[in-house]
Design a protein around this ligand. Structure first.
Ligand SMILES: C[S@@+](CC[C@H](N)C(=O)[O-])C[C@H]1O[C@@H](n2cnc3c(N)ncnc32)[C@H](O)[C@@H]1O
Length: 255
């Protein structure tokens, strides 16, 4: 089934005139399987999507989604989806759960930060011009996850102003400027359930924003210890619950 999907994905890619560099290498897949026994099949699919995650990070997102959400009505929010690589790993972690949703928030029309747009995304889009939202939807449906991962077009601060659902896992990977990461954390973290998790990508030397927000905000008593795999950092929320009205007030203060 997964192999069929993977071949279908391969076909779609060539239809879209992507350069296709796939080569069948059983030893490589054998290693992937032994390193990531729970998620390797999804990693094989996700690695065909251009994105910014390592296998270890993808595996961790899969396990956070699977292990920290209930078997019915789990809600995950991803801020910054690009072409859907991380969305696939989060949604895959919810496979088999009832009425599972990953809300994938992205402008799909350029980074909020024009410097990042120019430096990182424009060269990629020049290489492979595309409609990002369409590519996102195609990638998600090629992986059979369209019933789980829902694209939410727009900026994080726009969506937050009308958000109401408690969140099991929040993944922040959008504008990496300090003020923007802090805003996303302050706007969205009150919605995360106690026992749920908040994860950030690109927590390392290259980006000060996520690094500083993690060191300033992910700490006791509101959060458990920070864990890190490559540049993915996360912690479990263990502080006092904040009611949704307070969260909404915070959100409008940051718009
Ligand atoms: C680093 S990419 C996300 C990569 C993706 N998580 C993955 O692993 O493949 C960042 C994305 O965030 C989007 N973005 C930037 N600022 C945003 C904001 N404030 N709200 C929503 N999306 C934003 C950009 O358009 C870009 O698609």
């Amino acid at each position: 089934m997964l192999l069929a999907r993977s071949l279908y994905l391969c076909g779609k890619r060539s239809e879209q005139k992507f350069k296709w560099t796939y080569s069948w290498n059983p030893a490589r897949y054998w290693r992937l399987r032994s390193d990531y026994p729970d998620s390797w099949r999804w990693l094989v699919l996700a690695e065909r999507i251009q994105g910014f995650l390592s296998h270890a990070e993808g595996d961790r997102l899969f396990r956070l989604a699977r292990d920290l959400s209930p078997s019915e009505n789990p809600v995950l929010v991803e801020i910054g989806s690009w072409k859907g690589k991380s969305s696939v790993m989060l949604a895959a972690g919810l496979a088999g759960k009832k009425n599972a949703k990953v809300y994938c928030i992205d402008s799909f029309a350029g980074d909020e930060n024009p410097i990042y747009q120019e430096r990182y995304y424009k060269p990629l889009l020049e290489q492979h011009p595309c409609d990002l939202e369409k590519v996102f939807r195609t990638n998600i449906s090629c992986c059979g996850l369209e019933h789980v991962a829902t694209p939410c077009k727009g900026f994080s601060f726009e969506w937050c102003a009308r958000w109401k659902l408690p969140i099991d896992v929040l993944f922040i990977d959008a504008n990496h400027e300090y003020d923007a990461v802090l805003r996303d954390f302050d706007n969205w973290s009150p919605f995360v359930k106690i026992g749920g998790a908040i994860a950030f990508h690109d927590v390392g030397d290259q980006y000060e924003g996520p690094r500083h927000v993690v060191s300033q905000r992910l700490k006791p008593p509101a959060f458990g210890p920070v864990s890190i795999v490559n540049t993915l950092a996360w912690a479990i929320k263990c502080g006092v619950a904040v009611d949704v009205d307070t969260a909404l007030q915070n959100a409008s203060a940051h718009v």
